[in-house]
Write a protein that binds this ligand. Structure first.
Ligand code: NOJ
Length: 722
């Protein structure tokens, strides 16, 4: 349709029909008046009424249902405006790939794009028009259960991976039935909730907001994302969905975003609970004034928007502008011509879990696993015949993460299956040992687990968090291994030292005791469908671990917040870190540094950094500086190294981080091979936000280093000229 035709359509609509375009309901409400999916559903309207008026629907099952919904709606809607169908496809639809935090550890934007491409194809076949992805909330506190949904504590990684995902998902032309639109979330700073509690208030300076939280959303919008979702939290006192500074000033005026803003689930209605709106009508007014186009699930818009217009409290032009944005999106997706878009039962059958998709998911699971410790235990020898597989997750199928689609566990390759596929002759002694839920105290299974460990040549100790302990509304105050898992670990490690601990969890955990006692630790996160195959290949060396932590792992919850890019303070703690230093910024009872720092991870081979050079000593604002790092594989196996480039700005008008990641590249090296990895630095990368929150770069000395956080090596300096 042309813009003119869309305008004519808008002009022909009644006020109620316009409001309908700005309302979203659950497919369940449509179909059977089923209740909520991820939050309260609000007052339900009769299904036939919903069916006629609603402009969009979230959370449905499959292509068959997508088509049925569209048919029901089009038959009832006198204007025949197709529905928009949206779904949370966060890390795969049927073929589940690792959780976003794990993908962050891959430090591989191309791999993110490859996974997103696979998810796009499966989603399009399922009938999805919009995915609520990427989530790029920078998170620095693992108590927050949604840290699993973000790639990193570092906005550079979130922005780059988010942008890669957007491009791979949306493609060049949204009307292509194989492409779907992206909704970036949760705008803004949702990951900074006080005390790590979900939905909690966020209070950050504008400088901090612009430097740490906003860039990743902006990167995704620059990559073309068509929608954005304001976050649940109050930001500096005003809930995001009603936050005019955030939405009108920054998003629309400053960034020029002209796509669709959709509230989070019931977030408009929650303005009343927050205490900034007197009732649902007031909430509808506030959200509309702040530029929120679609009200997800709660009926504040549906029940009150038309009335607000009639009373002159909201202008019809404001409503029209919002409706036009929704109509344009539908038009761009080609829905007026092809309301089913890519929904296709046959394509679903062909694509879901097809060998090519499984292969991508397996590779992603391998590349995002982080080897945290290895005292020459791993890789195991293939000649080992008797293996004990011990722990509460030894036979677990729920290894997919909170946002995997319902039923994902039916398709998970379990650990025993993965090992048997790789080593058909091996004997597996499987013992659960104990539970892993809060309050589990039963240790009766431990003696049998110990006997299995005594008998076996090697032990795989499978520990972690139950899958539903991370995700939305799943914050934790303690980050230990729940239940008697450490008791099990102690008992097993006492009788068999050829033990590798393997972890499945959705957040950085406190592993201090395990790290002291276990000879090897492999962090698998939630790897998805191919969990068992990936793990077996990693343990026996068919795959070489190459993940690096995209969020540091604390020694204790008390260290939070502990961003790797902290500032020096006036009294930094001098080394060594393992004892307090008087009148310095330190703890009396604990080192300052995390147990495992940002960017850390081991491999089965060794990499040596031989040289770091810059191609000039001084650059001017319009020039580029080339930094070259030489890295050599000095071990006996081929492997991938993540070359990380950090920046320091030793003197500036505001305090600057002691280490700031400004670029990264993953390289593959055969044994003995060396490569020069070249990075380009431009003046933009040297900028920061000054005291008045203006972006500036300041002339003077800068330093670049490689290595990883808290372990920088090979530093060189250069000058930015006036
Ligand atoms: C609430 C979550 O915060 C958001 O991320 C998700 O997209 C919506 N629910 C829809 O399910």
């Amino acid at each position: 349709m042309t813009e003119q035709a869309l305008k004519e359509l808008l002009d022909s609509m009644t006020l109620e029909e316009k409001v309908g375009q700005l309302v979203q309901c659950n497919a369940g409400q449509f179909i059977a008046n089923q209740l909520e999916i991820t939050g309260p559903g609000g007052e339900l309207l009769p299904a036939e009424e919903l069916c006629r008026v609603m402009g969009s629907v979230l959370t449905f099952e499959d292509a068959k249902q997508a088509k049925a919904l569209q048919d029901m709606h089009l038959a009832a809607d006198p204007k025949k405006i197709p529905l928009l169908l949206m779904l949370d496809v966060i890390h795969g639809l049927r073929t589940t790939y690792p959780i976003p935090l794990a993908m962050g550890c891959s430090f591989d934007d191309d791999l993110v794009a490859e996974c997103a491409d696979m998810a796009r194809k499966e989603s399009a076949a399922c009938g999805v028009h919009v995915t609520f992805n990427p989530m790029v909330d920078t998170a620095r506190d693992a108590r927050w259960g949604r840290i699993l949904e973000t790639n990193s504590e570092e906005p550079l990684i979130n922005g780059r991976m988010g942008a890669a995902l957007v491009k791979a998902t949306q493609g060049r032309d949204l009307s292509d039935p194989e492409n779907i639109a992206c909704c970036v979330k949760h705008f803004a700073a949702y990951g900074a909730g006080e005390a790590g509690r979900d939905y909690n208030a966020v209070d950050v300076s504008e400088r901090m907001l612009r430097e740490t939280y906003l860039p990743a959303y902006k990167a995704c919008l620059d990559a073309g994302a068509r929608l954005i979702m304001p976050s649940f939290n109050a930001l500096n006192g005003i809930p995001s969905v009603a936050n005019k500074t955030l939405m009108n000033r920054i998003l629309r005026e400053e960034w020029g975003f002209d796509g669709v803003v959709i509230s989070d689930y019931d977030a408009v209605g929650e303005l009343v609970t927050h205490g900034v709106a007197a009732d649902a009508k007031d909430a509808a007014r506030l959200a509309m004034e702040a530029g929120c186009d679609i009200d997800m699930v709660k009926n504040a818009y549906y029940l009150h928007l038309a009335e607000l217009v009639r009373e002159g409290k909201i202008s019809e032009e404001t409503v029209d502008a919002a409706v036009m944005r929704v109509l344009r999106l539908k038009n761009e997706l080609g829905l007026f011509e092809n309301p089913y878009h890519g929904a296709d039962e046959k394509a679903e059958e062909e694509l879901y879990l097809c060998p090519a998709h499984r292969e991508i998911a397996r590779r992603a699971a391998e590349e995002s696993a982080v080897l945290l410790k290895n005292e020459c235990i791993l890789p195991f020898r293939k000649s080992i015949k008797k293996i004990a597989l011990i722990g509460p997750f030894a036979e677990e199928t729920r290894l997919n993460g909170f946002w995997s689609r319902p039923g994902a566990e039916k398709y998970t390759v379990t650990i025993p299956e993965g090992i048997r596929a790789l080593l058909p002759d091996a004997e597996l002694l499987i013992q659960k040992g104990c539970g892993a839920e809060f309050g589990d105290t039963d240790t009766e299974g431990i003696p049998a687990a110990v006997r299995a460990a005594e008998e076996a040549e090697a032990v795989i100790l499978v520990l972690g968090e139950p899958e539903n302990y991370s995700g939305e509304g799943r914050s934790r105050a303690e980050l230990n291994l729940p239940g008697p898992q450490m008791e099990l670990a102690r008992a097993v490690l006492q009788v068999n030292r050829n033990t590798a601990a393997v972890l499945f969890n959705g957040r950085p955990l406190v592993l201090t005791e395990l790290a002291e006692s276990a000879p090897a630790i492999l962090e698998m996160w939630y790897p998805g469908t191919e969990a068992g195959n990936a793990l077996a290949r990693l343990l026996w060396g068919d795959a070489n671990p190459c993940g690096r932590l995209s969020a540091g792992m604390p020694r204790s919850v008390g260290q939070y917040p502990m961003p790797y890019n902290r500032t020096n303070t006036g009294r930094p703690k001098p080394p060594p870190d393992d004892r307090p230093a008087p009148f310095s910024s330190c703890y009396l009872d604990m080192p300052n540094l995390p147990l495992y720092s940002f960017g850390y991870g081991l491999s089965y081979t060794d990499f040596q950094y031989e040289r770091l050079t810059t191609d000039r000593k001084t650059i001017h604002k319009n020039e580029e500086l080339k930094v070259t790092v030489t890295v050599r594989n000095t071990g006996k196996r081929a492997g991938k190294e993540t070359v990380q480039l950090y920046l320091q700005d030793p003197v500036a008008s505001v305090v600057r981080p002691i280490q700031q990641l400004i670029d990264y590249r993953k390289v593959f090296l055969e044994p003995g091979e060396s490569k020069n990895v070249c990075f380009t630095i431009r003046e933009q990368q040297l900028r920061f936000f000054d005291f008045t929150a203006h972006e500036v770069s300041e002339a003077g000395e800068f330093r670049v280093s490689t290595g990883y956080a808290d372990h920088l090596i090979l530093t060189e300096s250069f000058i930015l000229a006036d």
